[in-house]
Design a binder for this molecule. Structure first.
Ligand SMILES: Nc1ncnc2c1ncn2[C@@H]1O[C@H](COP(=O)(O)OP(=O)(O)OP(=O)(O)O)[C@@H](O)[C@H]1O
Length: 371
């Protein structure tokens, strides 16, 4: 088993609050990813779970047992670090066996576990090599193997792929997902890369300034963000934002005035808003619709087209929208610089945020995705 519960967890450094009010249950076998901007407290929270940082406030339990005061090596929690921290003078097998030797595990049992882990991580052929003779991806697999042999109840990963090049990151991401599927173990993973978070997580914990901004399955955070901050962090390219003013707040639809003076009825519960309030309309790059079927349109002009092979990203100038708009188009879209384009908006496909950043609840249902 490996069920973690965090109740009211907080951390101070020299009187400054770094983490606060963290209430979270991580179920046995779950893959949870902590994500958020640099300095939001992801690593600090992970290190508190590992026992590498003291907990200032709150209680942490593993399978119902309080672990606040239990030293790291006795917690039954294994951590894979960003820097692989392998011993250069030891072979792969010796590196993987080292922790078990210190724990005075029986030699035959060590050999069995090292070979089992090497099989899972495709390291069997490399067991006699030294770290300097391995690629970055192989070293990272050894670092994972060193944790795997300890058979911990919970695996922690602190940005394990950030030292790898882009293609190797993708490859290792798939291997970590596969490892989770095979072991069915509880895994907690820290990254600032939202693509890694989206692809690996059963649930994402998005942190902001030491607090939890939102917890949920990746697609819930993508389609039903509770704040502008979450909407802007999840998704690439970043969600488009347009300054609007509220014309008529309603329970099913809320009418807003767009920068071009037109009105759009957005499918949200705007009952917390008042006519005249400033607000922000959010539209994801793929959520513009054909002008013929749109509720209203915006005139745009192309500045740059990025042709990525599998899609085209059109960067557009729109009057009254600072920073412009990005539209995701078909991979074969043919565009010319300065070309005039018409953006179609549908009230069903937009988000609306109050001036304080709070999201108005969307009035749309997406099959299989919980709001
Ligand atoms: N030992 C320390 N003493 C004082 N402040 C610290 C210490 N360690 C971290 N901090 C501060 O705590 C905050 C959170 O740091 P943390 O490393 O947890 O953030 P992070 O979200 O993991 O960031 P990154 O993505 O850049 O690694 C930061 O403001 C950081 O400067």
């Amino acid at each position: 088993m490996g069920r973690l519960t965090l109740e009211g967890i907080g951390k101070d450094y020299d009187g400054t609050e770094i983490s606060r009010d963290i209430d979270l249950t991580i179920e046995d076998g779950e893959f949870v990813v902590f994500v958020g901007p640099s300095g939001c407290g992801k690593s600090t929270l992970l290190r508190m779970i590992a026992g590498l940082e003291d907990i200032t406030r709150g209680q942490m339990c593993l399978d119902g047992e309080r672990i606040n005061e239990i030293p790291p090596q006795e917690r039954d929690i294994g951590m894979v670090f960003q820097s692989y921290a392998l011993y250069p003078h030891m072979t792969v097998a010796e590196n993987m066996a080292f922790g078990l030797k210190l724990a005075r595990t029986d030699k035959a049992e060590i050999r069995r576990r090292v070979h089992h882990a090497a099989g899972i991580l495709q390291l069997t052929e490399l067991l006699e090599r030294r770290p300097k003779d391995l690629s970055g991806g192989q070293r990272q697999r050894v670092a994972i193997g060193r944790t795997l042999v300890k058979q911990p109840r919970v695996f922690l990963f602190d940005e394990p792929l950030s030292n790898l090049d882009a293609s190797l990151r993708v490859e290792m991401r798939v291997q970590i997902a596969e490892l989770h599927r095979r072991l069915g173990a509880t895994m907690v993973y820290v990254t600032h890369d939202q693509v890694e978070a989206m692809t690996l997580a059963d649930r994402i914990v998005l942190l902001s300034a030491g607090r939890i901004a939102q917890v949920g399955p990746p697609l819930s955070l993508y389609h039903f963000p509770e704040s502008l901050e979450v909407a802007e962090f999840i998704g690439s390219p970043r969600i488009n934002t347009l300054p609007v003013s509220v014309v008529d707040p309603g329970r099913q639809r809320t009418a807003v005035r767009l920068p071009n003076g037109e009105t759009l009825a957005v499918a949200v519960d705007g009952s917390g808003l008042a006519a005249g309030d400033a607000a922000t309309l959010g539209v994801r790059a793929e959520d513009f619709v054909a002008p013929e079927t749109a509720d209203t349109v915006l005139a745009a002009r192309l500045t740059v087209a990025e042709q990525l092979g599998y899609e085209t990203l059109a960067h557009l100038e729109v009057a009254g929208v600072d920073g412009g708009i990005t539209q995701r188009l078909d991979r074969l879209a043919r565009l010319e610089t300065q070309q005039a384009l018409t953006l179609g908006l549908s009230g069903e496909h937009c988000h609306l945020f109050a001036a304080d950043g709070r999201a108005c609840p969307r009035r749309v249902s997406l099959p299989g995705i919980a709001a």
